[in-house]
Design a protein around this ligand. Structure first.
Ligand code: NAD
Length: 392
């Protein structure tokens, strides 16, 4: 029997595994943690909303067949010649490999950024941001140094803006808890481009900007971060901002293991795949989610959760087709839209080509979580997890 090995239990890895269980195909899934996390919700955990573990799902709660092997390990290398993957705890042979190892922060070579900033990369790093901000507030109470109350978020894409949205909701609570005047807290979002949220219409950007600034955030567009020292962000033009908390949300790149394994990669480290999500370099390797360089009309699709979730079932069917010599299915990306939460109750976005804003956008966003949980584990998982994570 051909051995199928899936690397990574993100959106693409999990939906691939669910697809393989549906067609009764055994596989081994290797993941760093025994749980899957909902990466698109981690800004909520970083911004003080709910318990961070509420954004996770134990892998075994989803993949329950005895023929599905789950291994907890961190992958360190891929040897395509030997058809073997190395992990910290062991090595794993495969006949067919599915690489869905997600992304890391892209620092664009900005000096000191990697060393001196926090970023939302997984559950622990999201938690770290929330704990760090609270610690800074405690330090301010001890020494009265206002730098502890300055929070810089670098980058105004979806991650940065959604994090700012969470913080404008959480900061008043934190101020109340520590007896701090909210006006003493300086929350700055710093963006190099002329606008925030380039992926939504100008009208929606204006709504987002108004919502966030009215609640005390400073949105500084046309402002480029060029260097970071411990506790200091340097901007193009010479200004230095001293900040107790510096979070980088300036972009992502694919897991560097792909480049190391010799795949053909784009400038964001994603490995090129054909229409079947099969590596152009190796017919025994399929690649999905943020690791895949998949083009529509000559342009790579952005690394989003919706693309990863749509890829999973196709990856499952195509690995199986490859094993049995059946025809594979081409992947077609259906852009369902974009939703950005602006805190707990409102948001902006485009759904099915139509603009949505306010509470309606927040409800659509909650709806997308429920839909995803249904895709993973049907009614059982949806009922279990929505009591934890639905906030409407
Ligand atoms: P991004 O690349 O979308 O945005 C990063 C922003 O940082 C850009 O606006 C960029 O101009 C800015 N930037 C880069 N360098 C800078 C500098 N030196 N100084 C100041 N600003 C700088 O990154 P992201 O928001 O992390 O998103 C990554 C991917 O994940 C995207 O494809 C996004 O669509 C997806 N995502 C989706 C959701 C969602 O669907 N709700 C949420 C988060 C992320």
């Amino acid at each position: 029997m051909s051995k199928i090995l899936i690397l990574g239990a993100g959106y693409a890895g999990m939906t691939t595994a669910v697809g393989l269980e549906k067609i009764s195909e055994p596989f081994t899934l290797v993941n760093k943690h025994p749980y899957h996390y909902m990466a698109t919700l981690l800004h909520e955990a970083a911004g003080g909303r709910g318990d961070a573990m509420n954004y996770t799902v134990p892998i075994r709660d989803v993949l329950r067949k005895p023929t599905s092997t789950i291994v907890e390990d961190e992958i360190t290398g891929i040897d395509r010649e030997k058809k073997q993957v190395q992990g910290k705890n062991g090595s794993y042979d495969y006949d067919y490999l599915v690489i869905t190892l997600g992304w890391i922060s892209e620092y664009f070579g900005i000096p000191g950024m990697a060393e001196n900033s926090l970023s939302i990369m997984d559950v622990n790093s999201a938690l770290n941001i929330r704990n760090h901000i609270e610690e800074e507030f405690k330090k301010y109470k001890e020494d009265g140094d206002k730098r502890h109350l300055t929070i810089v978020i670098g980058g105004a894409g979806l991650t940065g803006i959604e994090l700012v949205g969470e913080l404008v909701d959480w900061l008043p609570e934190l101020c109340l808890k520590y007896g701090i005047d909210r006006n003493d807290v300086d929350l700055q979002n710093i963006e190099a481009m002329p606008t925030i949220l380039p992926m939504v219409s100008e009208a929606l950007r204006d709504v987002a900007a108004k919502t966030l600034t009215e609640r005390g955030a400073r949105l500084r567009t046309n402002t480029k971060l060029v260097k970071v020292d411990p506790g200091v962000v340097h901007l193009e033009g010479g200004e230095a901002v001293e900040a107790g908390t510096i979070v980088w949300t300036g972009g992502v790149r694919a897991n560097p293991l792909l480049e190391k394994a010799g795949f053909t990669v784009d400038r964001r480290g994603r490995a090129k795949v054909n229409e079947f999500l099969q590596s152009v370099d190796d017919p025994h390797v399929f690649i999905g989610g943020d690791c895949a360089w998949f083009e529509v009309d000559g342009r790579p699709i952005p690394p989003t959760a919706q693309a990863a979730m749509q890829m999973g079932p196709v990856l499952a069917d195509n690995v199986s087709a490859a094993i049995y010599g059946q025809p594979m299915k081409p992947f077609h990306f259906h852009n369902m839209g974009t939703l950005a939460s602006l805190g707990r109750e409102v948001g902006v976005g485009q759904v099915g080509g139509l603009p949505v804003r306010g509470v309606l956008a927040a409800m659509f966003k909650e709806g997308s979580k429920v839909k995803y949980l249904w895709q993973l584990g049907g009614a059982r998982l949806t009922a279990d997890k929505t009591t934890d994570i639905v906030h409407i």
